[in-house]
Design a protein around this ligand. Structure first.
Ligand SMILES: Cc1cc2nc3c(=O)[nH]c(=O)nc-3n(C[C@H](O)[C@H](O)[C@H](O)COP(=O)(O)O)c2cc1C
Length: 288
């Protein structure tokens, strides 16, 4: 799957990713009203990944409806990513996404760099339960909660999402980070703090999925630092039924989706697996 926030600015870019072999597309995170995001610099390249503080720029959910329609022409499921400053606002966005024709909603409860729009709600199990319950009472399509690793227990957040009625979990969003320019004696990002993505966070994401898999009975989608089939296999064996890819597109282009799929097929035939679901969570067997 294409992760939220990368190459999903327009219907055309999402269609391109679908045609390149992604099994599903997640839109950029959308709110009720247009947001301009943070001023530049809002991305810094560091060893093993990217630090971004985009600040959730988006045109507002209604203005994006035609892009959703265009993305759906790719023939794969489209997940609409919802943000909001309150449980009510998030539910309103989810309703608008559902009306725009998305196949599922992903609640972004985990952005580390947009004050009031992410972790303030997403690091409290009570609020996560409330948001998921509110959204579920308003729409009929599946609802996924995307959770933050910037917490002492992501498994408790996942359990709260499940109690609220979420149909699945997406883990992880970016890790809080900062980079400083020594000559300028100041943080590089205008927002100072950003979210770290890419290979640097893969082992954190795999650990989070492993813990969530043991805490809930709903499907988990793994994301964070995946650029090869072996990376995807780590998440699948930790318990993910599907995976998302974002940062790797920067270095590998959209070919990364087909490459990961081919690598997974090769691994499965070499190791006697008939389907991806035969591999989900198998790392836990060795654990008992
Ligand atoms: C530039 C950029 C923008 C992002 N924007 C969003 C966003 O709008 N909503 C969201 O839920 N996640 C967003 N993310 C987080 C990704 O969806 C993903 O959870 C994270 O980058 C880890 O995956 P990766 O290492 O494959 O990129 C963004 C990540 C990057 C690098």
């Amino acid at each position: 799957m294409l992760a939220s926030g990368i190459l999903n600015e327009t219907g055309k870019s999402m269609l391109e990713v679908a045609r390149a072999g992604a099994g599903a597309i997640v839109t950029k995170s959308l709110g009720i009203a247009e947001r301009s995001g943070h001023p530049n610099p809002c991305i810094a390249e560091i060893e093993c990944g990217l630090l971004n503080a985009m600040g959730l720029p988006n045109p507002g959910v209604k203005a994006y409806a035609d892009d959703i329609k265009e993305a759906k022409a790719g023939g794969v499921p489209v997940f609409g990513s919802a943000i909001g400053g309150s449980p009510e606002e998030i539910a309103e966005v989810a309703v608008a996404l559902s009306a725009a024709g998305v196949d599922a909603v992903e609640l972004n409860l985990s952005c580390p760099h947009a004050k009031g729009y992410g972790v303030e709600i997403g690091s409290s199990p009570e609020k996560v339960r409330e948001v998921c319950g509110g959204v579920k009472s308003m729409i009929d399509i599946p609802v996924f909660a995307k959770l933050t690793p910037n917490t002492s227990s992501i498994a408790s957040l996942a359990s709260a999402a499940e109690e609220g009625g979420a149909d699945g979990i997406v883990a992880i969003n970016t890790l809080k980070g900062m980079t400083i320019c020594p000559e300028l004696k100041m943080p590089v990002l205008s927002n100072r703090i950003g979210g770290l993505s890419g290979p640097a966070i893969r082992s954190v994401g795999v650990r989070c999925v492993f813990e969530i898999f043991e805490a809930v009975n709903i499907p988990v989608i793994g994301v964070g630092g995946i650029s090869t089939a072996r990376d995807a296999l780590e998440y699948i064996m930790a318990g993910a039924q599907a995976v998302q890819i974002g940062t790797a597109i920067r270095s590998q282009g959209t070919a990364v989706f087909a490459d990961v799929c081919v690598g997974l097929s090769d691994f499965m035939s070499e190791n006697g697996y008939k389907s991806v679901s035969d591999m989900v969570g198998v790392a836990h067997v060795a654990d008992t």
